[in-house]
Design a protein around this ligand. Sequence first.
Ligand code: FES
Ligand code: FE
Length: 421
Amino acid sequence: METPTPTSFATMVDEQAAEFRVQTAAYRGPTVFEAEMDRIFYKSWVYLCHESEVEKPGDFKSTQIGTRPVIVARDRDGQIHASLNACPHRGATVCREEKGNTRAFVCPYHGWSFRPSGALIGIPDEARYAEGFCKTDKNLKAVPRVASYGGLVFGSFNAEVVDLETWLGGVKKHIDIWLKRASGSRYRVATSHKYGYDGNWKFQTENIYDGYHPGFVHGSAFRTVKKFEGSFVNRELNTAVRQQGFTRGYPEGHGTLEAGAPLESGGIDAQVLADYEGQLRERYGEEGAAEVLTNRQFLVFPNLAIFDFNIRVIQPVSHDRTEVISYPVLIEDAHEQINSNHMLDAQTRVGTAGILSADDIDVFAGGQNALKAGGFDWITLSRGLAKEEIKDDGERVGVYSDETPQRAFWRRWKAMMGAAA
Ligand code: FES
Ligand code: FE
């Protein structure tokens, strides 16, 4: 198998009038993966955490941007900071907890200590350092850009990156609609579920808004699980390829999948649901409420996925290993049945042991095995190409089963991978 050179990354995505192809080499090997870290993950805004996870001064959370470990923490000044989780002394991992609250991070190796902002506080037995020893460059390395939108906190190692709202571009309106589901209240995220698979991270990003596969991959699950009886998915089972509903792709690489169907309502009393929907109608009008209640799942390029009540972070580990961290989203002032439903949905449908995730992971791992074995050079993502509507601002709209959002992702991938590092 040929190893791609940096100049050939852009040629891995080939768009013609009737076909959109991606080279299989784009999913395998350390050369592409390392270039993706440098050219995409360290150049983009990448999701760090939800504001509710770092609510009070001293609250922190360990996460990653690409493969770099990062600490996100709220300092005494109330500001959220992000720092590289690597000690400037000899490189040890400073914070080993997933989350918590602290006045200071103390490096476990030789005890250097740092504020939540990353600023160096002290060095044990400092007198043994010479007088000219510079301490000002021994803070934890700051992630230069941190910003949040609608409670979603993002960071970027690229000091020159465009402002966050410009980055979000076309997907911003979908975040706004998603926020309205809290019906005037706020979201909080619950404890995460995690799962991993032996496959490339892009298999999961491509799947988030894939309306082509559910009737096939998940067909047996839908048929056996009572929870889906009467739901929109069940009604579509026998048609397999769904046309109703929309996929959307944006020039920034983001994409959505929308189905004009009500929310899953398992375990919620009819009256509780009616009250909630009534509140939405009162607040946003009939049309606005229908928009809010539409099933909506979308990807914020490169690796943040938002399902109806689930935030999912797609964490690349290596070219053939990915971790997925899934957070149920709760509404602060909602009826407890609504939040229980969100938790149940995370456990039974889209979480670690959810019936849908298990099916998808099996496909991802199988795909990676086929790629390793080789023998084919291109895959195709052409469904709906040239049949989608293209709006003036570059938004493309396809039907539910089109590969419109996947193509938006790959166009952005191509643009960023083809740019000089
Ligand atoms: Fe952190 Fe030495 S590596 S104090
Ligand atoms: Fe799926």
